[in-house]
Design a protein around this ligand. Structure first.
Ligand code: PLP
Ligand code: COI
Length: 354
């Protein structure tokens, strides 16, 4: 595929690593490509970062036809830049596209686009401990008409943002509130797709949790409000006795790439790992009788985040004395070690940008 590159005439100053936060600063360029149902994909281009102009009737503004991805480019110790399992993000984006009736992108084209774009912006990949270049591919339906239907026109964009840690706590344990009123998704809905609408529906509960001093909510299933699903921006895992449990992919949970990677690391290390239903009652019992040894969330933005406190129906439970546990620390060290090229990638997960 041909990608036309137009460089920005002036480049922005790179920020200080200590002031990064998450997703507030953007690089010099963006990738864009257009689709319509007659011509397919066309006009692949890297252009100076700029505002996007939309027709006021554009589908995305009214009916939420939007999907996105999140992955990172990491600066290795030897100075090279690498991606972590980008093909998994591309596959998930295509599954999200299928669910939302947006066009798919052939895997090899999507990978070429990512590599070319990161190649152009790689100087923006910070090198300080815990920092990376967050990549945000997204796609939206862009018909200039108010009818409700699968779209005839779409746009694919990638923007990039140098980031530090997602939570202000960094690797320190976060406090999570179990939500028993709102639900995020139901089986048959869009829970497994990474679409903007899922996050819009999550904001009310997230805001309530924040007002009570919690970082995010832990969702229960949408039918019985009984089974643990995932946290706002990460999947969740628990060490109960000698079993590591994570909710199975039921259709309403995002199949996280960090989740998948944690499971593979844990299995290789010989841990007993279960992907299964985990009810709030079972979790409550494990909290009461002390068998819940560790809890953590995992996601691209959040990496591996220990959970130090859970709150359910206004009762607060402290986990592992509010400290990071052994397995959580091991996963954090292993994943970040591979991602930042500090330890050998025996899984073959990383892709270097030349
Ligand atoms: N669940 C939700 C709702 C998310 O937003 C994310 C973040 O992408 C995850 C889970 C973790 O997915 P991944 O590890 O692919 O980043
Ligand atoms: C990610 O981890 O990449 C996410 O998309 C989480 C979030 C900021 C929505």
């Amino acid at each position: 595929m041909e990608i036309k590159i137009t460089k920005a005439s002036t480049l922005k100053e790179k920020p200080d690593s200590s002031a990064l936060g998450f997703g507030k600063i953007f690089t010099d360029h963006m990738f864009m490509m257009d689709w319509n149902d007659e011509k397919g994909w066309s006009n692949a281009r890297i252009v100076p970062f700029e505002n996007i102009s939309l027709h006021p009737a554009s589908t995305v503004l009214h009916y939420g036809s939007e999907i996105f991805e999140g992955l990172k480019a990491y600066r290795r110790k030897d100075g090279k830049v690498q991606l972590f399992r980008p093909i998994e993000n591309i596959r998930r984006m295509n599954r999200s596209a299928e669910r939302l009736c947006l066009p798919q992108i052939p895997e090899e084209d999507a990978l070429q686009i990512l590599k070319t774009f990161v190649g152009v912006e790689q100087d923006w990949t910070p090198s300080a401990e815990g920092t990376s270049l967050y990549l945000r591919p997204f796609m939206f339906g862009n018909d200039e008409s108010l009818g409700v239907h699968a779209v005839h026109n779409a746009t694919y964009v990638i923007i990039a943002s140098p980031v530090g840690s997602y939570y202000k706590e960094g690797i320190n344990p976060v406090k999570i509130m179990i939500e028993d009123e709102d639900v995020r998704a139901v089986r048959g809905g869009t829970g497994y797709a990474k679409c903007g609408g899922n996050y819009a529906a999550s904001n009310r509960a997230g805001q309530r949790a924040e007002q009570k001093g919690y970082s995010q909510v832990l969702w229960l299933d949408g039918v019985e409000r009984k089974y643990i699903e995932e946290v706002g921006a990460m999947n969740v895992m628990f060490k109960i006795g000698d079993e590591i449990v994570t909710p199975m992919l039921s259709g309403s949970i995002l199949p996280g790439i960090t989740r998948m990677s944690c499971l593979e690391v844990l299995k290789k290390q010989g841990y007993k790992v279960s992907e299964r239903l985990l009810s709030i009652d079972e979790l409550g019992e494990a909290l009461e009788n002390g068998t819940l040894e560790e809890a953590w969330g995992c996601g691209t933005a959040a990496v591996v985040s220990p959970i130090g406190e859970l709150c359910y129906k206004d009762v607060k439970y402290t986990i592992n004395n509010g400290e990071i546990g052994k397995v959580t620390q091991y996963l954090y060290d292993t994943l970040t070690g591979i991602q930042w090229g500090k330890i050998e990638d025996s899984f073959g997960w990383t892709l270097s940008i030349e």
